[in-house]
Design a protein around this ligand. Structure first.
Ligand SMILES: NC(=O)c1ccc[n+]([C@@H]2O[C@H](COP(=O)([O-])OP(=O)(O)OC[C@H]3O[C@@H](n4cnc5c(N)ncnc54)[C@H](O)[C@@H]3O)[C@@H](O)[C@H]2O)c1
Length: 382
């Protein structure tokens, strides 16, 4: 038994630890969500200070029914841990059989984390692969924020102060606007395109989904559309001041859509913001960076490849994430209490989320990335 006690027959101990990734200030649950979980009969254990970066004081969590605990170890002793970013190496030691984890995992780009999860016997559910009829409901809120942020960041990186070419998005009278190429017009790409058009840029949207391009062509999200064909993208990239990467195949490593040669053809001081870096990146020259050290130069092109872009807007991002996560968490907790989690009777609203279970990779797209780890096809939901 942990210091925090054990689960009751109808409720779980749900842990909310402090985030440990570089400059990550989000918290997985707001006090409003803690209140909902407590009211449903669960005991919510919040690590002291977990909400401070997002503007939520410990006293607000306590008033919402949480028990505040000083140490990460006590919080990870819960039955179910819900957090924002993928566990960092210092947290791997908390994994154990019988623990359920619910968080962003992005395993396709995290071989060490994947191996640690599989070796531990934990049951791990990923926000980003949970699928419903509208798409990816737990990825969408952060993609929305990352897309909006990419417009701000991308425009700022083009200033000479940031090492960019000195090109202003909207141009000026007699001077054409900056050219932007957005790779992948899903949630993140669409929000980036809208923001950049709002700043006056000329935006070309690239996608493999022609219907999506048709819709965005009609609704004016972009100035021009381009099918995602290697031979046709090069000219757009060469002429671009800013390339935003936002292509995703859920669970899988991101498709590499922009080659190194194409990046090398861009003007010095042009900018790449690859949001898809959390799944490995859709620009060949992209490699993960941190909020502390967000950019590097390659072929004279500024690369911004931060894996937790929304972490710098924690107030908005925590509220948006918590609102999306809380209803799914309630279903997952109910399944754990009832012994349905990980069985064919798991709640249908959790489809696609379970990635690793008792030493086995159970998500097909993740399993394909790690052929050397034990895998089984995810069961068909009841
Ligand atoms: N770096 C960050 O902090 C951060 C934050 C949030 C989201 N993201 C990432 O942004 C990426 C996009 O997320 P999303 O929610 O917008 O996904 P989404 O599923 O809404 O959209 C992805 C789009 O990519 C398109 N696509 C797939 N293959 C393609 C290809 N070969 N060429 C061009 N387009 C292709 C799809 O058709 C789809 O329109 C994901 O990797 C996500 O994890 C990153």
């Amino acid at each position: 038994m942990s210091a925090a006690g054990t689960a009751s027959a109808s409720g779980l101990r749900i842990g909310v630890p402090c985030e440990t990734k570089d400059r990550e200030r989000r918290v997985a649950l707001t006090p409003a969500a803690v209140h909902a979980m407590s009211t449903a009969g669960h005991q919510v254990l919040v690590q002291a200070g977990a909400g401070l970066g997002a503007g939520f004081a410990d006293a607000e969590f306590a008033a919402a029914g949480a028990q505040l605990l000083a140490d990460a170890e006590q919080v990870w002793a819960a039955d179910l841990v819900v957090k924002v970013k993928e566990p960092q190496p210092a947290e791997y030691g908390f994994f154990r059989p019988g623990l359920t984890l619910f968080a962003y995992l992005h395993l396709a780009a995290e071989p060490e984390l994947t191996a640690a999860l599989a070796a531990s016997g934990i049951r791990a559910y990923a926000f980003e692969t949970l699928t419903d009829r509208n798409g990816l409901p737990l990825l969408a809120p952060m993609s929305e924020i990352a897309g909006r942020a990419a417009a701000i960041v991308g425009a700022a990186q083009l200033s000479t102060a940031a090492g960019g070419s000195g090109t202003l998005m909207g141009g000026a009278a007699g001077v054409p606007p900056a050219k932007v190429v957005v790779i992948g017009l899903g949630v993140a790409g669409t929000m980036a395109a809208r923001g950049l058009r709002g700043l006056g840029a000329h935006v070309t949207g690239v996608d493999v989904d022609l219907h999506r391009l048709y819709e965005h062509h009609l609704d004016g999200t972009v100035d021009a559309t381009q099918s995602s064909e290697a031979a046709l993208i090069g000219g757009h990239v060469r002429d671009a001041d800013l390339v935003i990467g936002a292509a995703l195949v859920p669970g899988a490593r991101a498709p590499v859509v922009v080659s190194e040669e194409q990046v090398a053809s861009m003007r010095p001081g042009s900018v790449v913001v690859d949001l898809a870096i959390d799944q490995g990146g859709c620009v060949a020259t992209a490699r993960p960076t941190s909020l502390s050290d967000p950019t590097y130069l390659e072929h004279g092109v500024v690369h911004y490849c931060v894996t937790n872009v929304p972490g710098q807007f924690p107030r908005t991002a925590s509220a948006a994430l918590s609102a999306a996560v809380a209803p799914k968490l309630a279903l997952l907790a109910a399944d754990v209490v009832a012994g349905r989690a990980g069985t064919p009777h798991e709640h249908p609203a959790l489809v696609g989320a379970r990635n690793v279970d008792a030493g086995v990779i159970v998500h097909d797209a993740v399993a394909e990335v790690f052929p050397d780890l034990p895998a089984q096809p995810a069961p068909v939901p009841a």
